[in-house]
Write a protein that binds this ligand. Structure first.
Ligand SMILES: [Ca+2]
Ligand SMILES: [Ca+2]
Ligand SMILES: [Ca+2]
Length: 557
């Protein structure tokens, strides 16, 4: 199928980030035997992607490394190009073990034919450097040693040379926080961590603001790797931030830690989703929350009147949903309307802990990208038209002639992105390729009947956009067309927005779309580049999620 061809082209472009650093790699040391004894007989810097077959790793004549019974240690560091989850993989014949930031993440140290080992997803932070150590041995027969990764929103590939450096970096920061970073429902604030290499003393900061200050220093230069924050000082339901600074034996050298967070369990229901006061809520939401301490049941009140919910009026009484997986689906709601809800926690002795009153305001949902599947007739690029269009179902669509491509190749698995997601379980991949004319890329959605975005105080178009650091810089824009085919374009103020590896929450006042009739919106275009471009640009990949039109939430709630 021809949609696939464009992916191949774009994939090639993406592999060569503009301005890539000089090719580097890991330091490889080759030893005789399988125990890393003696001095290495061969040392070189390389990326680890070898299928030696029955031959020696060394191309010299005669080779200094034999064809069998040798081992290799690669050391160096890896700098994450973007923040997110990475899966590391090895394919080896024979044994392998891989250490990242001081932790063994792959261990398969035995004789075997070519075998793939994958890690679980590992969170890395953009621009941060992690020490890496890879060990391998070959006993007999064929020899294979391939190291690869799957970066956030990407596909499995050899780890590129420009993120590898042959200098090892010790993991000097405190790591492995317990409670895990972002943990909720924490009952006992016993904070533990793994010390950094060379960390001898530990200074522990705990506070309620992520920017921890000297006032948050709870324990200075302690020796133990555990700190018990006295529970009486913790507020139920509150989110706490903490950090451990590692101090070396010299008493001076300090390695400031990352800031971690956890949320204490509350007495009443807490951490509602949607968040209290949100105005970007789908008109068919599912409400969830976390269970208060000691509760054995929940009682939900829901309605469009704050007072009625506060009083527990009969028309707001929604009964007691499932206890274990607490959620409540109110059904189809009105758009651009504020709703109120409350969850009372029921205790075994009959006590009722009355919950806070939460509110949210529904939006006009343009697309949350949850409804698309891989089936013909329900594919995202049949709704969001790109440069390639589609052939099935007939009569198909020739596409809009731009360099955009929506969704992944249907032949290579899922069309939707399932990892780099803002809300729900899916987002829309949007590749742009401005190398060829017309030098800009657009995905466009045409509404079956014109939408009225002037009702009920609607005032903002909202969307979430995430890019990749390797993306070629290009303007990001939204174009809206009305039923009379008049168009208005708003360009994102950050010219490097497409390179952001974090979700951008883009809120555009509808008043910025001038000269069109917002009561009859016929088409929405997400564009990369410039509709009036006169020269070639670059390529990249974006993810789009949660596109909606909002009104302000009521004040003071
Ligand atoms: Ca061999
Ligand atoms: Ca072998
Ligand atoms: Ca989504």
């Amino acid at each position: 199928m021809w949609r696939r061809v464009s992916l191949v082209i774009l994939g090639g472009l993406l592999l060569v980030p503009l301005g890539a650093a000089q090719a580097q790699g890991l330091k490889g040391e080759y030893f005789l035997g399988r125990n890393f004894t003696g001095a290495p007989v061969l040392t070189r810097t390389e990326i680890v992607n070898f299928n030696w077959g029955a031959a020696s790793p060394d191309s010299a004549t005669p080779p200094v490394v034999p064809v069998d019974n040798f081992c290799v240690r690669w050391t160096g560091s890896i700098t994450a190009p973007e923040s997110g989850s990475y899966i590391f993989s090895t394919n080896t014949d024979d044994g392998v073990r891989l250490m990242l930031a001081g932790e063994w993440i792959i261990e398969n140290w035995g004789d075997h034919s070519a075998t793939v080992n994958n890690t679980l997803p590992i969170e890395l932070e953009a621009g941060k450097t992690y020490g890496i150590r890879l060990e391998f041995y070959e006993n007999g027969g064929d020899a294979v040693m391939e190291l690869s990764w799957t970066p956030p929103g990407g596909t499995s590939q050899a780890i590129p040379a420009d993120v590898l450096n042959p200098t090892y970096v010790l993991p000097v920061q405190a790591r492995k926080p317990d409670p895990a970073n972002g943990a909720v429902g924490v009952m006992l604030p016993a904070l533990q961590w793994m010390p950094g290499e060379g960390g001898f003393m530990h200074s522990v900061y705990v506070g309620t603001n992520p920017s921890l200050t000297d006032a948050d220093l709870m324990s200075a230069r302690q020796i133990a790797t555990m700190y018990f924050h006295f529970p009486a000082t913790m507020t139920p339901g509150m989110t706490y931030y903490w950090r451990v600074d590692e101090i070396e034996k010299d008493g001076v050298t300090t390695h400031v830690g990352d800031v971690w967070s956890f949320t204490m369990q509350a007495l009443t229901a807490y951490l509602p989703t949607p968040a209290d006061g949100s105005n970007e809520v789908s008109p068919s939401p599912v409400l969830t929350w976390l269970t208060g301490a000691d509760a054995v049941g929940h009682h939900v009140y829901f309605g469009s009147s704050r007072d009625a919910v506060a009083q527990g009026a009969a028309e707001t009484d929604k009964g007691e949903p499932n206890f274990i997986d607490p959620n409540f689906a109110p059904g189809a709601l009105d758009t651009l309307t504020t709703y109120y809800w409350r969850v009372d926690e029921l205790l075994a002795d009959g006590t009722v802990r009355t919950g806070d009153i939460w509110s949210f305001t529904t939006c006009i949902l343009v697309d949350d990208f949850e409804s698309y599947t891989d089936d013909v007739g329900n594919r995202v690029f049949q709704v969001w038209i790109d440069g390639w269009g589609f052939t099935e179902p007939a009569p198909g669509n020739p596409g809009n002639g731009t360099g955009a491509m929506v969704g992944y190749d249907p032949l290579s698995g899922s069309i939707m992105e399932k990892t780099a997601v803002h809300g729900g379980l899916q987002s829309m991949p949007l590749d742009y390729n401005n190398v060829n004319q017309p030098w800009y890329s657009e995905a466009q959605r045409e509404f079956a009947s014109a939408e009225n975005w002037t009702v009920s105080d609607a005032n903002t178009l909202v969307l979430y956009v995430r890019g990749m650091t390797a993306n070629a810089t290009a303007p990001l824009y939204i174009a809206i067309e009305d039923a009379s085919r008049r168009a208005a374009v708003v360009v994102h103020p950050d010219p490097a927005a497409v390179k952001s590896s974090r979700w951008i929450h883009w809120k555009i006042p509808l008043s910025e779309f001038t000269g069109i009739n917002l009561a009859a919106v016929k088409k929405l275009c997400i564009g990369i580049g410039d509709r009036k471009a006169t020269a070639a640009g670059g390529a990249g990949r974006l993810f789009i999620d949660d596109v909606c039109v909002t009104r302000p939430a009521p004040a003071g709630q």
